[in-house]
Design a protein around this ligand. Structure first.
Ligand SMILES: *Cc1c(COP(=O)(O)O)cnc(C)c1O
Length: 487
């Protein structure tokens, strides 16, 4: 039974004179506001605020918080997003007063602890990446891509090289070409083979003296590790270009393979994915970047430095591309990432990835009995099933299955991405799920595929709203509750 407090707005719940707190009678002379403030600053009428009892407010927001699915309430196999369980311990550590109560303008001598953490995190990310220097400033993965490509542009400009193109496989995340264009490059698409790897002949035909960067996601968005990477890196380097690794899928290779060792010159991390920062719904992320030595002078400034046992903000970097974010970056996410990395240690991080890959392969083995997985039968941390046969035979699309999964209490996988697989359903279970959960998900999928097509197409039946017209919902949002509009 849905609760009135969740389905009504606070304004509808409001009753004149209702209060969360009653103050004692005033025991000093009351001064009219007009005596204290100039008339032009005074409102003609009090603001129209809802009047409520504290319990109404708590129920309203608590109920609202359960209208949606979350990692804390449901299995959330949203491919490429790494929706793993976020340990609550990291929340506690990130809210220690030394982290949350510092002001970015206070003297650095009074926040040595925070700076030490950030300095050490730079070192940890350098080690995990196999690269030399790190900037923690970018605020998200896509922002890290942009910052690193700006670094590449500055590097080539400094060398007097006219390189204008960024080559990107067709299976890439949409942010890759967007970042390339925002950084002033032309994005050139490189084809994939039917197996989902870089088409070497196509790459070779597009490499030229204009090539600045080859951007690769490895493991890629199909959940496959492209073993041609060393050879690709050799070609790109021979052509004078740089290799950018989109590190959003690091959850598959922590402690097993390092991008710097397989040819990458720069990369970004998604700490909110790999290192368990709560994300989704547009929540805060971070996008630290790691680069090779020769690119380090161009990193955003300041970076956190250490000299004579004191941590400092190193802004004296004449070749830097400058700031890409205020202050030190999204510190809260970075503190959680640090806590996560230090808690696991090197052996633990490797186990994270081994378990993520094991879980994905187990679920793949179950799902491919139900839906084709074109790039199967094995994967890294995620895999992409296709509903195109079910669509052709029964008129059930990836969207229909995704919506029906909601009725079974599962957050749907990522659908229609990557673009190279028709009716794609990209499933990433992560390492934090049990065999029972994976079995239950596979069982729900089997049951859905056995249901009458009409029923699946009408889903979801049990959620707060059913199937909105997504375009209209975005263009003409209805912000009042059904009870007030009479709908
Ligand atoms: C999530 C993701 C990004 C973008 O990261 P954001 O933090 O969402 O900006 C880029 N590439 C891939 C492959 C991703 O999965």
């Amino acid at each position: 039974m849905r609760n009135r407090q969740a389905t009504s707005t606070l304004f509808e719940l409001s009753r004149p004179g209702r209060r969360a707190a009653r103050l004692p009678a005033c025991d000093v002379p009351v001064q009219p506001l007009a005596d204290l403030l100039p008339a032009r600053l005074l409102a003609a009428a009090p603001p129209d605020l809802p009047e409520l009892f504290e319990g109404d407010v708590v129920r309203h927001f608590t109920n609202l918080s359960t209208e949606n699915m979350s990692v804390d309430t449901h299995f959330y196999p949203l491919g490429s997003c790494t929706m793993k369980y976020n340990p609550k311990r990291n929340e506690r550590l990130a809210s220690l007063p030394g982290f949350v109560d510092v002001h970015p303008y206070q003297p650095v001598s009074t926040m040595q602890g925070l700076l030490q953490l950030l300095y050490e995190l730079q070192g940890l990310l350098a080690e995990i990446s196999g690269l030399d220097a790190v900037s923690l400033q970018p605020a998200a993965g896509a922002h890290g891509e942009l910052a690193a490509l700006m670094v590449a542009a500055a590097y080539f400009r400094d060398r007097g090289e006219q390189r204008t193109e960024v080559l990107i496989p067709d299976s890439a995340h949409g942010t890759n070409p967007a970042s390339a264009v925002m950084a002033g490059f032309k994005a050139v698409t490189v084809k994939s083979t039917p197996e989902g790897f870089v088409d070497l002949a196509d790459l070779r035909s597009k490499l030229s003296p204009a090539t600045a960067v080859f951007m690769i996601t490895n493991p890629n968005t199909l959940g496959m590790f492209d073993g041609q990477i060393a050879e690709i890196a050799r070609w790109v380097h021979d052509a004078g270009g740089l290799i950018y690794l989109d590190g959003a899928n690091m959850n598959a290779i922590l402690g097993i393979a390092r991008p710097g060792d397989f040819g990458a010159d720069m990369m970004h991390f998604n700490p909110h994915k790999t290192f368990s920062g709560p994300h989704g719904g547009g929540g805060p992320g971070a996008g630290p970047i790691a680069v090779r030595d020769r690119l380090a002078p161009y990193l955003p400034a300041p970076v956190v430095g250490l000299a004579a046992d004191k941590y400092f903000l190193d802004a004296d970097r004449p070749k830097s591309i400058g700031r890409v974010r205020s202050f030190f970056g999204n510190t809260g996410v970075l503190v959680r990432a640090y806590a996560y990395i230090r808690t696991h240690g090197p052996a633990g991080l490797r186990r994270v990835s081994e378990t993520a890959v094991l879980n994905a392969n187990y679920l793949l083995s179950r799902v491919q009995q139900l839906l084709p997985v074109p790039q199967g039968p094995r994967c890294m941390h995620e895999f992409v099933a296709s509903a195109s046969a079910v669509k052709a035979e029964r008129g059930i699309t990836a969207t229909d299955i995704a919506k029906r999964l909601l009725d079974y209490g599962f957050h749907p996988p990522t659908i229609y991405f990557p673009l190279t697989v028709r009716e794609a359903m990209m499933i990433e279970p992560t390492e934090t799920e049990s065999k029972e959960t994976l079995d239950a998900f596979a069982a729900a999928l089997a049951q859905i595929l056995g249901e009458p097509a009409d029923e699946v197409r009408a889903a979801p039946a049990s959620t707060p709203i059913s199937r909105p017209d997504e375009v209209r919902a975005a263009r003409e949002p209805v912000l009042a509750s059904p009870s007030s509009t009479g709908a």
